[in-house]
Design a protein around this ligand. Structure first.
Ligand code: A3P
Length: 375
């Protein structure tokens, strides 16, 4: 019985067959239990178990690293491979994220071209709520920087977020609006691209522009002139048209340049003042322009009294406001300078309304708290 499973050697003795059992291993070498008698000696249960454990651990590492978005390796960011979209934005996204699906980095279907301080970040964050949209979190400055542009279109594509086939990709770089090279370069990439331009009361926008530069300079212990001195030439008393904060508010001039390359129906103009007051109303128009289903509702926005602006309502009851650099306090401005600037902007505003076939209520009333007291 002891040898019953062993190889049996046969001998012929006196015409009778005598069977003698022979042990399988004649020497003392320990037996390696392979899975089958013909298999490689390495194909042991032990080896296979080790291989399976390593495989499970590396797959788990890959999933955790890529889902968490902390692992910026080629494995996670490769162009056409299987992916998980990182950082779920809402329940709908979460369901999508849970299933591994084909997603790719695509060139943008739509670009927010500006204007700086028009409310571009708020617009982008609100668009991000929509399940059919993926946004590039950073300003890429591809078209307005010769250095970046020379890196080529694939460099640009690699900076785009992963998106599914049914989603559209949006990036924002507010300097595109005033950059001379950008319109032709965008057209060369995609002549049918959709463009979003968000504008605001030109005077208020210029002060907001100044406030941002002022804060950045003061943080670096640099000096900063008063807004009035930068905006008005103290000798001639004329408005300094080339002062950037003023020049960027001449929407007519910059929009006209864009319209040499793109038809008006490819540019949707968002009312930045209304986006502050009634975000849902403006976003509904943007969804229509982008050809997307109407997903955003009033419930997505909640007014935060402390911030003084609308913030994004989260499903857990909390809400997310833009950071402290959005909605910063403005310096008080001399009312005479404000009036002079509003008069200066007026003809440009009228031409802008005509050009885009839309009227804005500029100059909007500026609260007394924004003005210096006259003695
Ligand atoms: P201020 O900070 O001067 O008030 P951008 O994102 O293009 O730089 O624009 C910034 C401006 O967005 C802010 O200018 C603010 O007026 C406006 N804005 C619009 N909606 C906002 C929101 N929900 N929270 C904060 N700022 C908002």
């Amino acid at each position: 019985e002891m040898y019953s499973s062993l190889f049996v050697q046969s001998m012929v003795f006196n015409n009778k067959v005598k069977y003698t059992a022979v042990p399988l291993e004649a020497d003392d070498t320990p037996t390696k239990k392979t899975l089958c008698s013909h298999c490689s000696p390495y194909l042991t249960k032990k080896n296979i178990s080790a291989f399976v454990i390593i495989l499970i651990l590396s797959t788990a590492f890959f999933l955790v690293a890529c889902i968490g978005g902390n692992f910026q390796s080629k494995v996670c960011s490769d162009n056409n491979s299987m992916h998980l979209i990182s950082k779920p934005q809402n329940k709908y996204h979460m369901q999508k994220n849970l299933k591994i699906a084909h997603s790719r980095r695509r060139l943008p279907h739509c670009i927010i071209i500006g204007v700086r301080k028009g409310g571009t970040r708020a617009l982008l964050q609100y668009l991000k709520i929509h399940p059919d949209i993926q946004v590039a979190p950073d300003e890429i400055h591809f078209f307005d920087s010769n250095e970046n542009y020379s890196k080529g279109i694939d460099w640009y594509r690699r900076r785009m977020p992963q998106s599914f086939d049914e989603q559209i990709t949006i990036e924002k770089s507010p300097n595109y609006f005033v950059d001379w090279n950008t319109p032709s370069r965008v057209k060369m990439m995609n002549a049918s691209i959709k463009l979003l331009l968000i504008v605001k009361d030109p005077f208020y926008r210029a002060v907001s522009d100044y406030a941002q530069i002022r804060e950045n300079r003061l943080e670096k212990d640099m000096e900063m002139e008063e807004f009035e001195d930068l905006a008005i030439d103290p000798i001639s008393g004329n408005v300094r048209i080339n002062y950037k904060a003023i020049n960027r508010s001449l929407y007519y001039i910059h929009t006209k340049r864009w319209l040499k390359f793109f038809p008006l129906d490819q540019i949707h103009i968002v009312d930045g003042d209304n986006l502050v007051l009634r975000p849902f109303e403006e976003m509904e128009k943007v969804e229509t322009f982008l050809g997307l289903r109407h997903y955003l509702s009033d419930d997505h926005f909640v007014f935060d009294r402390k911030k003084g602006f609308y913030c994004i309502h989260r499903e857990n009851g909390a809400h997310k406001c833009l950071n402290r650099t959005k909605g910063r306090p403005h310096p008080k401005i001399d009312p005479d300078v404000m009036n002079q600037l509003n008069d200066f902007f007026e003809p440009y505003n009228q031409q802008f309304y005509e050009l885009v076939g839309k009227t804005f209520k500029w100059p909007k009333a500026v609260g007394k708290r924004s003005l210096k007291r006259k003695h």
